[in-house]
Design a protein around this ligand. Structure first.
Ligand code: UDP
Length: 268
C-alpha cells in the first residue's frame, strides 16, 4: 500500500491524510495514557475494540440526528472521518460523581448527581487540560456562544441516548468526554461530533456489581482492562461474526471469567 501522510500522532490515535480532500483516516492504537501522560502502557486489542465501539456509537447517534465526523470503518483499526477544525474544548458530561469531580469537591464516587452536569476543559496537554468556565471560553474566543449552545444541547441528547443504550446492556453511564469540530461551508461553520466514543473516554460500571468496564482499570492498576473493553463490545453485540483482519485476533475469550458478564439481551 502506498505510504500515507501522517497528519498527527496523539496518545491513542494516529491521523493520516484521507483518500479525498476533507477526509482523514483515524488509526486506533493500543497505547494508553493516564494522568496527563505520566502513566503510559498498552491495553492489548484496545484499538480494535475502540474502533468498533466508536463506529457503532457514532452510527447510532447519526440515526437520532446528531451530526458526526464518522464516514465509515475501513478495517480493524482504521476509520474514515471528515476533517474538522477541532474546537479546543473537552465537553465532559456527568451523571454520577467520579474521578476529578469527586476529588475536587469531596463527593463520594458513585453518588448520583441531582442533575446532569456539563463541564468544559481547555485542550492543552502542557496545562493538563484545565477545567474552564463559560466566561473564560467566551473571553478567549475558543468558540462562539452559538457553538456552545450547539455543543451543550448535543451533549444532553447524546447523554440521554447513551444512558438508555448502556442501561439496556446492564451498564451505567457514569460520565464521558466529547469533542466537537467545525466544518466550513463558505463563511458558515457547523459544529459536528468528532474524535471517538469508547471506554477510553467514558466511565462505564456494571449495573449490578459496579464493576468498572473502562479505562479506570488501567488508571488505577486494577488489571483486566482488555477484558473489560471486550466485555463492553460483547454486550453491545459487536463481537459476533467479526471478520478479523489478518494478524488481528479479537477473541480474548480465554481471559473471560475475570469479569462477571451479563447475558447479551435478546435481538432488538
Ligand atoms: N476524560 C477523557 N479525557 C480526558 C479527561 C477525561 O476521556 O483528558 C473522560 C474520563 O474518561 C471520564 C470523564 O472524561 O469518563 C471525566 O473525567 P474526569 O474529569 O473525572 O477526569 P479523570 O478522573 O479521568 O482525570
Amino acid at each position: 500500500m502506498a505510504r500515507r501522510r501522517q497528519i498527527y500522532e496523539g496518545k491513542a490515535k494516529i491521523l493520516y491524510e484521507g483518500p479525498e480532500p476533507g477526509t482523514i483516516i483515524q488509526y486506533f492504537k493500543d497505547d494508553a495514557t493516564a494522568f496527563n501522560a505520566q502513566k503510559k502502557g498498552t491495553i492489548n486489542g484496545k484499538g480494535v475494540i475502540n474502533n468498533r465501539i466508536s463506529e457503532y456509537v457514532f452510527t447510532r447517534l447519526s440515526h437520532i440526528g446528531i451530526p458526526t465526523h464518522f464516514i465509515r470503518r475501513l478495517n480493524m483499526r482504521e476509520q474514515l472521518v471528515r476533517q474538522v477544525e477541532i474546537i479546543p474544548l473537552e465537553v465532559v458530561v456527568r451523571n454520577v460523581a467520579a474521578g476529578s469531580l469527586s476529588k475536587r469537591l469531596g463527593i463520594e464516587e458513585g453518588e448520583v448527581l441531582p442533575h446532569t452536569l456539563i463541564e468544559y476543559c481547555y485542550k492543552d496537554d502542557s496545562l493538563g487540560d484545565p477545567k474552564v468556565s463559560e466566561e473564560e471560553i467566551a473571553c478567549f474566543n475558543w468558540c462562539s456562544h452559538e457553538e456552545m449552545q450547539d455543543m451543550s444541547s448535543m451533549a444532553v441528547r447524546i447523554n440521554d441516548f447513551l444512558s438508555g443504550m448502556f442501561s439496556g446492556i446492564d451498564i451505567r453511564l457514569i460520565d464521558f468526554k466529547l469533542e466537537f469540530g467545525r466544518i466550513w461551508d463558505g463563511d458558515f461553520a457547523r459544529v459536528i461530533l468528532a474524535d471517538e466514543i469508547s471506554p477510553d473516554g467514558c466511565r462505564l460500571w456494571d449495573i449490578n456489581t459496579n464493576e468498572k468496564l473502562d479505562k479506570d482499570r488501567f488508571r488505577r492498576d486494577m488489571g483486566g482492562e482488555s477484558e473489560a473493553y471486550q466485555e463492553v463490545a460483547r454486550r453491545l453485540g459487536l463481537l459476533q461474526n467479526e471478520d478479523n483482519g489478518p494478524g488481528e485476533v479479537l477473541d480474548m475469550s480465554a481471559h473471560r471469567g475475570r469479569l462477571r458478564s451479563t447475558p447479551k439481551p435478546g435481538k432488538k
